[in-house]
Design a protein around this ligand. Structure first.
Ligand code: ADP
Ligand code: MG
Length: 684
């Protein structure tokens, strides 16, 4: 039995609301709406403005609302599966025909002499203009679907917007019980709606102005915890004394003189910025962005030089063991001419205990060790008290928890340098990531051949095979990337295991191997080594090879199920080829010949990662790219990051909050949001 309304609580299941049975509750659950509280935060996707009531004589075709009485109501079954209910709607100005298809129950509910709001499409029907299938509610009641700005929700088979409106209208009675998680003085100064008010108006706006005000509140809520988190960590950083690392011009000169290439101007500029940061009194917090192949490794190594020369430790964290090992090889080659390769220490989780102990001992013994590994470095037992520089590969933000734990071990905050091939779009950099200093490597080293990218329809796959054959016969290697490891019904033809078998059958003369995350790290390393040594011609993989893997002889990247990858990821994958002297290709294997999504069509024409990141943001919105923004259910993507007025508003609120100097713990929900905003961030 349903509880009566008096007894409803925010934490009750939605099925406690009138009109919601188990089936509908299940449909809600699919949208992550379980409780009444969840329902309140299940925000409309868009609105239909039925608030303008038009006199009947003035009706023009389109979506309209009238306020009228109904007469001559008839209902008849025209044939099986089609019934027509008609009525004459009249107001002081005139009359109009109303038609409902397949809604026979209407006739019984309509009462003469009652005034109704009717909202719907005014258009031609059987050669006469009529109001077709309008929603119809008694005028004077609080209407939900007519005579107002009507909310449209994300629907499903059992879940119509009409039904959601009915449920939300009941839930809104509880809105005043929701505790606002922002301090009242901030709301007042920023002239923002209370949460209860904003929820009421976002579901059932009284006017467009009220709707804008409610939206403002939710936009504010998306940005405030993030910018507060940034400011708090900036303050923390500014309160720490850095290890000052002096710049030694002679060392830089002799390193550069021994490089097998000339640094690009961008590389010089960025290295110079880093030297200035590290020579300063505050710990550096810098992100270096550069497309695949733009030469970020040498920038990282040059940053490390000065610290090593002063006898300080440097740590380099790679996202996977595979990459850590590859980096060791590259870094070692760069340090060798100066005899500094002796300082290199590798420390990964899968190493045998004996080797681990030896590595730790070496790191602690020698002066100026350069330690390369994965995140497990921080629990390894290395003495970090003389750690001057921490380099993080492919992670935009280093999690606060990790930073704190490291800081505790080290007794100080080291300089941070992040390097990444996934640039942060400008507007995100100015807002969400405004605690990072960003350097960009836009120039590519000379002599890079652009990669040819193509969409391949299923019908073109046979022709493609000839091209692959000729690349293989010329001695090149291929990558084949799939979004999944195992096949299942829906992903049969894009699973790595399936594709592996296909390629094995099709390219009998060549060696085909499979690599994915479910292999042990020794197995992975063996496959990768064989590929690097050209003992494997075709490597079928998952995105495990996304970042950093470097095989100059590979000239073709084939991607199955490209619809399932983000643009940044596709670009990363594409960057695995074109690393040597050979013309290289990237093929996106479409699952069907229907028109491919716009982003894929644009992708094949854009080879600049910075441009792609802006495109991705404009096509998908900040919520999709930067998931953390979604602080409540259904809220997300409300932000327009180039809304300078909003950003100014939020920044000023952050200042006010910090000035008040209240403990964050006084606001538990805000505190949790801030903590979430401070966690590790990777753009996807
Ligand atoms: P990424 O930015 O993708 O990490 P790497 O640092 O691996 O790029 O550099 C890619 C390749 O380009 C390496 O083989 C590196 O030695 C080479 N390289 C780096 N800088 C230059 C340069 N200025 N001129 C020519 N080659 C360079
Ligand atoms: Mg790299």
């Amino acid at each position: 039995m349903k509880q009566n309304k008096q007894a409803l609580k925010l934490s009750d299941p939605v099925s406690n609301l009138t009109g919601i049975g188990p089936k509908v509750a299940e449909a809600f659950a699919k949208k992550d709406v379980n409780t009444i509280n969840d329902l309140l935060f299940f925000l409309p996707r868009k609105y239909q403005d039925y608030s303008q009531i038009v006199p009947i004589v003035k009706l023009r075709p389109g979506q309209v609302t009238i306020k009228a009485t109904l007469s001559n109501v008839t209902s008849r079954r025209v044939r099986r599966g089609l019934s027509i209910t008609q009525a004459l709607a009249s107001d002081e100005s005139g009359s109009v025909r109303v038609v409902w298809f397949n809604q026979p129950y209407r006739a019984a509910t309509l009462k003469p002499a009652m005034e109704y709001y009717l909202s719907g499409n005014f258009k031609l029907s059987s050669q006469h203009l009529a109001l077709i299938n309008p929603s119809c509610e008694v005028a004077g009641d609080m209407t939900l679907s007519s005579g107002r700005i009507v909310p449209i929700y994300s629907e499903s088979k059992l879940l119509s917007s009409w039904l959601v409106r009915k449920a939300v209208a009941q839930a809104l009675a509880l809105a005043p019980r929701i505790r606002d998680y922002l301090p009242a003085y901030l709301l007042k100064n920023a002239q923002l709606d209370s949460l209860a008010e904003a929820l009421t108006q976002i579901h059932f706006p009284d006017s467009n102005a009220e709707l804008d005000k409610a939206r403002r509140r939710f936009q504010f809520d998306e940005l405030f915890p993030q910018l507060l988190a940034n400011e708090l960590s900036n303050q923390e950083r500014r309160s720490q004394a850095a290890i000052v690392v002096d710049f030694k011009p002679d060392l830089a000169k002799s390193f550069v003189a021994k490089l097998p290439f000339k640094l690009t101007d961008d590389q010089r500029r960025v290295i110079w910025q880093i030297y200035q940061d590290m020579g300063g009194q505050l710990p550096m917090n810098r992100l270096v962005e550069g497309d695949v192949g733009s030469g970020k490794t040498v920038v990282a190594v040059m940053s490390a030089l000065m610290a090593m020369a002063k006898g300080y430790k440097v740590a380099f964290i790679a996202p996977t063991e595979l990459l850590a090992r590859q980096h060791v090889a590259t870094i070692s080659a760069l340090l060798k001419p100066l005899g500094l390769d002796e300082h290199l220490v590798v420390l990964t989780g899968s190493m045998k205990a004996v080797s681990k102990r030896a590595a730790i001992a070496k790191a602690n013994k020698i002066s100026g060790a350069f330690i390369v590994g994965t995140h497990s470095l921080f629990t390894s037992g290395v003495n970090w008290s003389d750690l001057a520089l921490l380099i993080i590969d492919e992670q935009h933000r280093f999690g606060v928890d990790q930073r704190m734990s490291l800081q505790k071990q080290a007794g100080h905050l080291p300089h941070f340098l992040s390097i990444t091939a996934t640039p942060i779009p400008r507007s995100l950099a100015l807002t969400i990531f405004n605690d990072l200093d960003i350097s960009r490597l836009k120039q590519m080293p000379k002599g890079r051949k652009p990669i040819t990218s193509k969409l391949v329809a299923p019908s073109e796959q046979v022709r493609l095979r000839q091209h692959l054959e000729s690349e293989l016969n010329a001695g090149r290697q291929l990558y084949v990337v799939c979004p999944y490891i195992h096949a299942s019904e829906s992903r049969e033809n894009i699973a790595a295991e399936t594709i592996f078998e296909q390629y094995r059958a099709q390219f009998k003369k060549h060696t085909v191997a499979l690599i994915h995350s479910q292999l042990s790290s020794e197995e992975q390393a063996k496959v990768m080594n064989d590929f690097i040594k050209n003992k494997i011609n075709i490597l079928v993989a998952t995105t495990i090879i996304e970042v950093g893997v470097d095989v100059a002889n590979a000239s073709v990247m084939i991607i199955y199920g490209p619809e399932r990858f983000g643009l940044a990821q596709l670009h990363q994958l594409r960057g695995r080829v074109g690393r040597g002297q050979y013309q290289s290709y990237c093929y996106l294997m479409l699952s069907d010949s229907l028109s491919p999504p716009e982003r894929l069509r644009r992708f094949i024409d854009i080879d600049d990662g910075f441009e792609l990141s802006e495109l991705d943001l404009s096509l998908r919105g900040p919520g999709a790219i930067y998931g953390k923004l979604q602080h409540g259910k259904g809220i997300g993507n409300m932000l327009t990051l180039d809304d300078h007025e909003l950003i100014t508003l939020v920044k000023s609120a952050v200042e006010q909050f910090i000035e008040k100097n209240e403990p964050l713990a006084k606001y538990p929900k805000l505190s949790a949001e801030v903590a979430a905003a401070q966690q590790l961030t990777n753009l996807n």
